[in-house]
Design a protein around this ligand. Sequence first.
Ligand code: NAD
Ligand code: ISE
Length: 335
Amino acid sequence: MTIRIGVIGTGAIGREHIERITRTISGAEIGVVTDIDTALAEKAASEAGGARIAADGAELTGADDVDAVMVTSWGPTHAEHVLGAIAAGKPVFCEKPLATTAEDCLRIMAAEQAHGRRLVQVGFMRRYDAGYRELKRIIDDGGIGHPLMMHCAHRNRAVPEAYTTDMAVLDSGVHEIDAARWLLSDEIVSTQVVLPRSTSRRHPHLKDPQFFLFETAGGVRIDLEVFVNCHYGYDIQCETVGETGLIRLPDPARVQLRGSARIGTAIDQEWDDRFSAAFDTEIQAWVDSVTAGTATGPSAWDGYAATAVASATVEAQRTGAVVRVEMVEKPSFYA
Ligand code: NAD
Ligand code: ISE
């Protein structure tokens, strides 16, 4: 059986996912696409081998020739499209964030629970990266004893002028928020922001880099550096210190070059190079789960928790205070 996927939003990541569904993974094809930019929709439709173009997200989610929906539009539009897919009873993969407010995430969770079975997967692809998976396995197996501290860094080479100070957590750091919750099987309960001197290489309105300090319900402390104009490449670090050991996310395997009196390896330049294999695994797992009829990946609860922590962190950026993360109790539906 081939799943016919409808894609809402054919910008950067939408087109990458369309390409991997068309060329790399099995069990699915792109049936329909839509974008408010019709030229982009047309380009994507042709790259997908002649997909149909829907007028908008509402038409696409309700269409008979769409079995499952992929939402890769701008964050503020995600809730509307995910709710549309749930109303149509269709599985939906939504790129991060699930929604830009915790209230919208709660509306999505309520709709999914009313439907009676899980339909939503959120695009936290770190969970499909081989290195992160090994960290998770070792922590779960007790390989470092009880985790005590986690040190993370999220560095982008550069960002466009439209990137704002709050995006350091809403757009970038949200990946580490999800990864930390998942690795530690714990929820983040408080958040704080510390601002070092800013780099001269940023756009003037932006505070960059930033430090975030999180605390989990179990008492683990997590520090996260987000530095989105680090200049040298795309660099993701994660180290967890436990009672009996320490584990560190490996850098991607690269051939070592010796020459000119130096030893060196290449550094990825962009997120889609660093995580291309994880994206392939993620989307294949989603397609397989749609075929099997059982959602398996990061859930609407995970999307809600990440948005709740990220929103509290934006408040911490604004106020300079340590902010408690307000979350509802986890419904048994998401156990
Ligand atoms: P983008 O601006 O390149 O593409 C978004 C597209 O959505 C645009 O073409 C825009 O015209 C279209 N669009 C916006 N609102 C729409 C609507 N209501 N209906 C139809 N089309 C609409 O952005 P992007 O970089 O592709 O990011 C898209 C989403 O993917 C964001 O939520 C972003 O956070 C997420 N993302 C995730 C990762 C990751 O590492 N997992 C990486 C990049 C982007
Ligand atoms: C982007 O939206 C992503 O999700 C990337 O994974 C991240 O590294 C980048 O900082 C974000 O802007």
